[in-house]
Design a protein around this ligand. Structure first.
Ligand code: FAD
Length: 305
């Protein structure tokens, strides 16, 4: 890795961090280190990296880390994060909004009000980045990114750039057929005209709803499990008597029991074990198998096995 690090440092312009703790980059605040964390300066830098990266070194892309449970043993290989100003641009073109993948959903708010764009308010209350919203077809308040996405520009592992239409992602509830080696660079969203007062009002109402019904300012990664068809995951969790389960520093939110919380000293293993225990108990009680909505990645720490 040292050799690779030196080579990359010579060839690339962005930030390269060795053994970077991923707990610093995830909302759950857990996770071992990335062998290398690369923050490309711009698209050329990212392309250059993909063209020079040895085939035997895996790479992973992360966004705001709001949907991630990185295991305690960390991630072998290279983790890429589109966190430089180049990847945080927003522009308006005719009836569309063009956003770089690293744009934080929350930072859309001001732009929507100033430019009188309606229909995208729901995105602003989802933590994380626009790039991170595609894989799981993120959504809330009755809308998903698939309802407002026209196309996305992606770069693949070979450094080839292409534009992918909404249809090609084959979106469904919290899912898409997104290949693991694609990196979203930017998204084109529908931008309908909206009244700025109504936009502001909607944004306020949605934020208020979240603050009253979901954990706020907590170490969480959003919904732990997807809602099975015609069912609510939180109801199944309650019905199976799991809402008060705790493991180490991992527990379920008192406000919404489908949100797992790191109370402060949880390990990734605590959180994953709690999740798996819930899956087992819900299956025993109801016959339904809950599916993780949180993306889990990385290696288990040998000590915690
Ligand atoms: C308090 C809270 C509330 C939440 N509420 C909701 C909600 O209402 N609805 C909802 O859908 N989700 C919700 N979430 C989950 C999360 O915010 C969303 O899934 C969000 O879209 C993840 O974006 P991110 O940038 O943080 O991605 P990450 O968590 O970093 O990554 C998520 C996935 O996207 C991939 N990814 C990230 N960036 C890129 C990129 N540029 N190119 C390709 N792949 C990429 C990663 O590899 C990973 O597989 C919530 C989370 C929290 C903490």
């Amino acid at each position: 890795m040292e050799f690779l690090l030196n080579t990359l440092t010579r060839q690339l312009k962005g930030k390269i961090l060795l053994n970077e703790p991923l707990s610093k980059h995830t909302w759950l605040n857990v996770g071992g280190p990335a062998e290398i964390l690369f923050i490309p300066k711009d698209l050329d830098d990212l392309k250059n990296f993909l063209n020079h990266k040895p085939d035997n070194v895996p790479f992973y892309i992360i966004g705001g880390g709001s949907n991630l449970l990185v295991r305690d043993g960390g991630i072998k290989g290279i983790v890429i994060k589109l966190d430089s100003p180049y990847f945080r641009q927003i522009s308006l073109s005719k009836q569309t909004l063009i956003c770089s993948a690293g744009v934080k959903n929350t930072s859309l708010k001001k732009f929507l009000i100033q430019n009188q764009i309606g229909g995208l308010e729901f995105l602003c209350s989802i933590p994380g980045t626009l790039g991170g919203s595609i894989k799981t077809n993120a959504g809330c308040f009755g809308q998903s990114i698939s309802d407002v996405l026209e196309s996305a520009t992606v770069i693949n592992a070979e450094g080839q750039i292409k534009t992918v239409s909404n249809k090609q992602f084959n979106f469904s509830y919290r899912s898409s057929n997104f290949p693991p080696d694609w990196i979203i660079i930017s998204l084109t969203l529908k931008a309908d005209h909206g009244d700025p007062n109504q936009i502001e009002q909607k944004l306020k109402e949605q934020m208020l709803y979240r603050k009253s019904n979901q954990p706020y300012n907590a170490k969480t990664a959003g919904s732990t499990f997807k809602n099975p068809q015609g069912q609510k995951a939180w109801q199944l969790i309650k019905l199976s008597g799991c809402e008060n389960l705790t493991i180490g520093g991992a527990k379920l939110s008192e406000k919404h029991c489908n949100f797992m919380i790191n109370t402060g000293n949880a390990t990734a293993n605590d959180l994953e074990t709690l999740g798996n225990m819930i899956i087992e108990r819900v299956k025993q009680k109801t016959g339904i198998t809950l599916e993780w909505e949180i993306q889990r990645l990385g290696q288990k720490d040998e000590v915690s096995d």
